[in-house]
Write a protein that binds this ligand. Structure first.
Ligand code: 5GP
Ligand code: MN
Length: 310
């Protein structure tokens, strides 16, 4: 069961859920993630060991590798992509190129977790215990805790079913949400001090340099949530964070609302994702990245303003 490097709640939650489901069906399962489990998800009970390389599997020889929440082959990672494993690609990203031997790609799904829940229903496995908890994590992560436009009646019905099956929402949310570090607060104070707005406040940008990360002793995990936070500024239509991964390589995160297409901006830089949440990597300096991404975002937002009918 593989998910993308630096997994988010949907990637790890849906993987853990599918692992639990397959175990319930009598299968022997392992979880794989090249960067392991992020600290903010250490509390999640996993159904089986999580390995960070195929070597760690030892005598365990998988027949299939289920790849979850990976919008393209690059996100799968070299080790899995370059292996001889038969890939089952289960995903909800627009433009997923069907890279698996088996492909189930449904961009209408709010989270991959919703797809795994449908599988569990198909097999008659109840959404109790660790299975329900992993699915709930996947759903709240990708719907912004039921706040994004992808929060459909089906999503709420699924959440209701999980809660009805015994999940304690208060206890879950307390564990899920209270994972901040002091380094995060220090980093955010440095980064937010340099917030920039463009296009009369429609575009909001924050840059996170290596120097800031080092000064705050922060990791990239500590950047999670920043791009959603600056989207909350009144009048902002698209929020952007630029994080210096290494010198000359900038990770772009974009968020928008409604019809405003953040994915189109990411695609301009070879990235992708969803309409309201996307990302890409830019090769160049921070200053170049900011100029290029703001220009692309501005062009996309301007095209959206054109009246649909003459
Ligand atoms: P984030 O900003 O949290 O890194 O990513 C937001 C969304 O964009 C996620 O759904 C993620 O899958 C997608 N995404 C981020 N970076 C990339 C990228 O480089 N390529 C593609 N295709 N999608 C990305
Ligand atoms: Mn997802």
């Amino acid at each position: 069961m593989a998910s993308h490097a630096n997994p988010d709640g949907d990637a790890l939650g849906s993987s853990a859920a599918l692992g639990a489901l397959l175990q319930a069906l009598g299968k022997d399962v392992r979880l794989y993630n090249s960067t392991g489990r992020p600290k903010f998800l250490e509390w999640l009970p996993l159904p089986c060991p999580l390995v960070t390389s195929l070597d760690e599997l030892g005598d365990f020889v998988p027949d299939w590798a289920f790849v979850l929440d990976c919008g393209d082959m690059a996100r799968v990672g070299e080790e899995i992509a370059g292996s001889s494993l038969q890939l089952v690609n289960i995903d909800h990203h627009l433009g997923n190129p069907d890279f698996g031997a088996v492909n189930w790609v449904d961009p209408s799904q709010a989270a991959v977790g919703c797809m795994i829940a449908a599988l569990a229903r198909e097999f008659g496995v109840p959404l109790t215990g660790a299975l329900g908890e992993s699915l709930y994590l996947a759903i709240v992560s990708d719907t912004g805790q039921f706040s994004y436009g992808n929060t459909t009646p089906d999503v709420l019905a699924l959440a209701s079913e999980i809660v009805g099956s015994g999940l304690d929402v208060g206890e879950f949310t307390a564990r899920w949400q209270n994972q901040w570090t002091l380094s995060r607060l220090r980093l955010w104070s440095l980064a937010l001090a340099n917030v920039q707005v463009y296009d009369d406040g429609a575009i909001c940008v924050v840059g996170i340099t290596r120097a800031m990360l080092e000064a705050a002793q922060a990791t990239k995990e500590d950047c999670e949530g920043l791009v959603e936070t600056i989207r909350r500024v009144r009048g902002v239509r698209m929020s952007i964070t630029l994080r210096e991964e290494v010198a000359g390589q900038i990770r772009i995160s974009l968020r928008s609302f409604g019809d405003d297409d953040a994915q189109a901006v990411a695609q301009h830089f070879g990235g992708g994702g969803h309409r309201n949440a996307s990302g890409a990597t830019f090769v160049g300096t921070m200053t170049e990245a900011e100029a290029a991404v703001v220009a692309a975002a501005s062009a996309v937002l301007t095209s959206m303003q054109e009246p649909a009918h003459g």
